[in-house]
Design a protein around this ligand. Sequence first.
Ligand SMILES: *[C@@H]1O[C@H](CO)[C@@H](O)[C@H](O)[C@H]1NC(C)=O
Ligand SMILES: *[C@@H]1O[C@H](CO)[C@@H](O)[C@H](O)[C@H]1NC(C)=O
Ligand SMILES: *[C@@H]1O[C@H](CO)[C@@H](O)[C@H](O)[C@H]1NC(C)=O
Ligand SMILES: *[C@@H]1O[C@H](CO)[C@@H](O)[C@H](O)[C@H]1NC(C)=O
Ligand SMILES: *[C@@H]1O[C@H](CO)[C@@H](O)[C@H](O)[C@H]1NC(C)=O
Ligand SMILES: CC(=O)N[C@H]1CO[C@H](CO)[C@@H](O)[C@@H]1O
Length: 489
Amino acid sequence: MKFISLSFSLLLGMVVQASSPIGWGKDTTGGEGGIEYHVKTYHELKEALVNHGKPNDPKIIYIESFINGLAREDGSLIDFESLIPGYSFEKYVSCFTKDAKAYLETEECQEITRLRSEGRILQDQQVNIDIPPNTSIIGHDYKAGFKELSLQVKNTDNIIIKNLYIEAPNDYFSKFVPTDGVNGTWNSEYDAISINNSTNVWIDNCYLSDGSTSLDTQPIVFGQHIESHDGLIDVINGSTKVTLSNNRFENHKKGLLIGNSDSRKTDRDRLCVTLCNNVFINCNERLPRVRFGKVHTFNNYYYAETFHPAYPSYTVNNYFHSDDDAFPQYFIGLGVESNVVSERNSFNYIGNDDIPDSDDVIVYSYGGYIFHDHQSEYNGKLIDINGLAEQSFKFKVQNRIAQDLAKGKKHPDWINATFTTDTFIPSEYYDYELKDIDYVNDLINHVPSWMFSFSDEEDLSDSEEEEDSIQFGDIEDDSVREVAESDDE
Ligand SMILES: *[C@@H]1O[C@H](CO)[C@@H](O)[C@H](O)[C@H]1NC(C)=O
Ligand SMILES: *[C@@H]1O[C@H](CO)[C@@H](O)[C@H](O)[C@H]1NC(C)=O
Ligand SMILES: *[C@@H]1O[C@H](CO)[C@@H](O)[C@H](O)[C@H]1NC(C)=O
Ligand SMILES: *[C@@H]1O[C@H](CO)[C@@H](O)[C@H](O)[C@H]1NC(C)=O
Ligand SMILES: *[C@@H]1O[C@H](CO)[C@@H](O)[C@H](O)[C@H]1NC(C)=O
Ligand SMILES: CC(=O)N[C@H]1CO[C@H](CO)[C@@H](O)[C@@H]1O
């Protein structure tokens, strides 16, 4: 949180929150004109979503507390293990061989597997919450937000989520996959926000992070901290017309996934997403990682460190030196059939003597070859980012040819493709204005706006938008730290 403590005195030039989105999500209106609800508990939130039996009608739900998705109707918190007699996480861990290379298929361990799938269903039911069409969910004061909740923007249309403090939910049934990478990997389910088969979605002015359960607070098992989080925001399965703006993403591994399968050809001509005015701090990868989609990322501020204690960022060039079975970190990931435009972003990557910074953090190709950068900077300098993307694609082609030969696999179609900067042209689809790079570098002092707006409600009502109905309580100088620590309800 060091940026925040540095910058609280800077109130000048507050980012004015537009009342309608820029970019692919421009037609989103959410619950505009609908019934307004004010909710404090998980139960009240679920009731408001039902909207008196008309869930699809417009509704605006103001969140007035830090809602915990583990809360039952009576307010007590659910503990999944206690609901599954005979199961414990320790027993699961003891079902692996000492070298963690294999799961034991003894009768007892098969029973543990069965109990885990029971637990999975319980957690799905508890933490997944479906958002019906025509809904706005808006934080009403600086403590408003969610933890242990997975917002399911699924089979739906026209959704606004804004002004919220959101901690990534934890999977209580994280899975160790010995074959994932050389040393195996902990994998988890539950995204903070999953956008699945949905259209017209705007996520604005939110703060998303691992919060109080950052990776370094988790136990080390099989040589690695248990990664109990999945993505912050996934946009998948035919979803399209999405704008993510004015958000801060911090301290998290898997950021934004746009398209989750190389074989889902129905995602062609979908997955159109705009990212603008966002801040990414110490998020390791997927900012975003794109398959199929037409994605426009402009005026975003990116920052990562090679030496961060919980979320160190390593690339092929400064750490792995090969991408065989490694998981290099990167800002923008170009996957299958992706078409990505990057404009005037500020990419910042800080190294030390052991692991220096390396410009290959900016863009990493997973077989994507359609990319254009226009006027972005790396550590304060204009560099040839298109050249880096081309290099990364060529490197991937070479590696993939070698890997396919070794494994006797068929090459994917992109193996014969030629890198091109001939992308889609965003202005053919919507109007937008590029801000200068100084403005982008200053976003860390302004985004999301409520972190920086203390008790000065004047500032908000002055912004002439419909925001004046929102009351941001008495926010004091250390409000952000308070938000981050108020996790024990
Ligand atoms: C959303 O609300 C609009 C306006 O009330 C309505 O026409 C539309 O059918 C609603 N969408 C869905 C999926 O019900
Ligand atoms: C996708 O969402 C639409 C509503 O927007 C729904 O009609 C359709 O059935 C959904 N598709 C699937 C496979 O669930
Ligand atoms: C795998 O584990 C070994 C031993 O702990 C470690 O030296 C190596 O860096 C790890 N490799 C990766 C890719 O994490
Ligand atoms: C997306 O929605 C489909 C249809 O409801 C479902 O089968 C699938 O599991 C969902 N995907 C994810 C990753 O949640
Ligand atoms: C790539 O091009 C070569 C030579 O034209 C061809 O033999 C091969 O089938 C192509 N591979 C793919 C995956 O398209
Ligand atoms: C639009 C789209 O791709 N929909 C798919 C979402 O996922 C379900 C389940 O996998 C498929 O049946 C749909 O076709």
